[in-house]
Design a protein around this ligand. Structure first.
Ligand code: ISE
Length: 334
């Protein structure tokens, strides 16, 4: 294969952003097809980006001019569509979370193992963010010594109205679970979740404070506040025995003007993780062309993140510390 022809299912906020990135030039890739339940929305984007609009997701997956599928449809549809792409033998990048429940994440594992080759990548794009990649490199190099704490903050200006407190654990906090597994290079063993009072201006959702402990004992704390109002703000600091390494908050410059000194805070994740998304796609396409693996989340990572999500949900409902199940990793995923 000299070129990977990309079909995208779902042309909402993320599908549109991703489609523009592919149309703008991801080396080795060409955007060929788009599909959305809102046919007019898909058609207008397809016209703008010189792609074909298809009426059905199944038709896109089966299309002879689609070599690889990117799934950006609503969360609840991810797993079923991912399974169809695997059945068609096509590489598939599934936006996070890869499944709405554990049973579906297991089905993806089983289907991929039955296919006999790695076809699935999950869109936990922070693995490609230069800051997270550098934190991981520094920890692995031993410069900050053995890890003791990982402090994480996940603040959104606001979230979609359908995101309940529970869905936020899978949809938003899932990024933190994957990032913690990626940075620490090990599984999460336990979860505890508590919430402060519900903010008056976000009555449907409770902020969460999640405490995880990794298998070897590193403590990970995560603030998830999806209605922080002022903007999108993701932070992480890893504290080791010899030093710390952290993401640098904000842009590299500050602006003094009109009696203020400060920086602009983005309103959502697209500007903050623009490079991460682009690199994720570049490396996904390169992996399809060369057959080499990249550092992205695979089906196993998606499954383990789902198990951490499940433990957090139980912990949040019960107020208890909950153990994360530790299934044996199949040889296929080692
Ligand atoms: C959203 O779906 C994302 O993936 C963002 O990266 C995350 O920060 C946000 O909380 C999610 O709702």
């Amino acid at each position: 294969m000299k070129e990977v022809r990309i079909g995208i299912i779902g042309t909402g906020v993320m599908g549109t952003d991703h489609a523009r990135k592919f149309a703008g030039g991801i080396p080795g890739a060409r955007l060929t097809a788009l599909q959305d339940f809102d046919a007019a929305r898909a058609a207008s984007l397809a016209q703008e980006l010189n792609a074909t609009a298809l009426a059905e997701a199944d038709a896109l997956i089966a299309h002879p001019e689609v070599d690889a599928v990117l799934i950006c449809s609503p969360d609840a549809t991810h797993a079923a569509l991912g399974l169809k792409a695997i059945a068609a033998g096509k590489p598939v990048l599934i936006e996070k979370p890869p499944a709405a429940e554990r049973r579906e994440a297991e089905a993806i594992l089983r289907a991929e193992m039955a296919a006999g080759r790695r076809l699935v990548q999950v869109g936990y794009m922070r693995r490609f963010d230069p800051g997270y990649a550098e934190m991981r490199r520094v920890l692995a190099s031993g410069e900050v010594g053995a890890p003791l704490f990982l402090h994480c903050q996940h603040r959104n200006a606001t979230s979609a109205s359908y995101l309940t407190s529970e869905l936020i654990i899978a949809n938003s906090a899932g990024h933190e679970f994957d990032a913690a597994r990626f940075l620490l290079g090990e599984e999460i063993a336990t979860a505890t979740v508590i919430s402060p009072p519900t903010p008056q201006k976000a009555p449907g959702r409770q902020p969460q404070f999640i405490v995880l402990q990794s298998v070897s004992g590193t403590v990970v704390d995560i603030e998830v506040f999806t209605d922080a109002r002022y903007g999108y703000d993701v932070r992480a600091e890893l504290v080791g025995e010899e030093g710390t390494v952290a993401l640098r908050p904000g842009p590299p410059t500050t602006l003094r003007q009109a009696a203020r000194d400060g920086t602009v805070v983005p309103q959502d994740w697209r500007p903050r993780f623009n490079d991460a998304y682009r690199l994720q796609f570049e490396r996904w396409v390169a992996s399809i062309l060369t057959g080499d693996r990249n550092e992205g989340s695979g089906a196993w990572d998606g499954y383990m993140t789902m198990l951490v999500t499940d433990a957090c949900l139980k912990a949040w409902r019960s107020g208890q510390r909950v153990e994360v199940e530790q299934p044996e990793r199949p040889a296929f995923y080692r």
